[in-house]
Design a protein around this ligand. Structure first.
Ligand SMILES: [Zn+2]
Length: 176
């Protein structure tokens, strides 16, 4: 159901609820829009957008991290909010795509494309008090996407969580 930071219930074409956790205004970590009509015990009830008279917008502020009270907004305002998030997410995806394609994977020395050999786990640690040996506490595994030159064996690493791997290969340097 979720697609790049926006989720729709029950479907994207005519949703009752739209949940967003990315591409939001500064300081907002989550937002939910529910489409509504007047009625019900609580003054309004959730309906599909096509049947709605207005909408409720609720957000989570990063600094407090709980849901604020619902604000009543017009359907136009609700649509504009969702559109803005979509636009931001679209621009971000485009930027990531551009960056992925811009990475030159050729080995500097051998002038050949490095091969993706997977996400390797590296153990990290902090030196303990006095001993200088790594402490057990604070050790964890970080994954690095790794590309190896099959001629000289040199490696290129990318931390997990930034770009999607394997990157699209490049046979020539990006045009300047
Ligand atoms: Zn090489």
């Amino acid at each position: 159901m979720k697609d790049g930071g926006i989720g729709y219930k029950p479907d994207a074409n005519d949703p009752e609820r739209v949940f967003m956790d990315s591409g939001l205004p500064e300081g907002i970590s989550q937002a939910e829009i529910t489409f509504r009509v007047r009625g019900g015990l609580r003054g309004s009830r959730v309906v599909r957008r096509s049947a709605a008279e207005f909408a409720h917008l609720r957000t989570v502020e990063q600094r407090v991290s709980w849901w604020g009270p619902a604000a009543r907004v017009t359907l136009t305002e609700a649509e504009r909010y969702i559109d803005q998030v979509r636009t931001t997410l679209g621009a971000r995806a485009e930027e990531i795509r551009r960056r992925r394609e811009g990475v030159d994977l050729r080995c500097t020395w051998c002038e050949r494309e490095r091969t993706y050999i997977g996400a390797l786990g590296f153990q990290t640690g902090e030196p303990g008090w006095l001993s200088g040996e790594p402490r057990k506490l604070g050790q964890h595994i970080v994954h690095q996407h790794t590309y190896r030159c099959d001629t000289c064996g040199s490696l290129a690493f990318f931390a997990d969580g930034y770009l999607e791997h394997p990157l699209p290969g490049r046979s020539s340097p990006p045009a300047k």
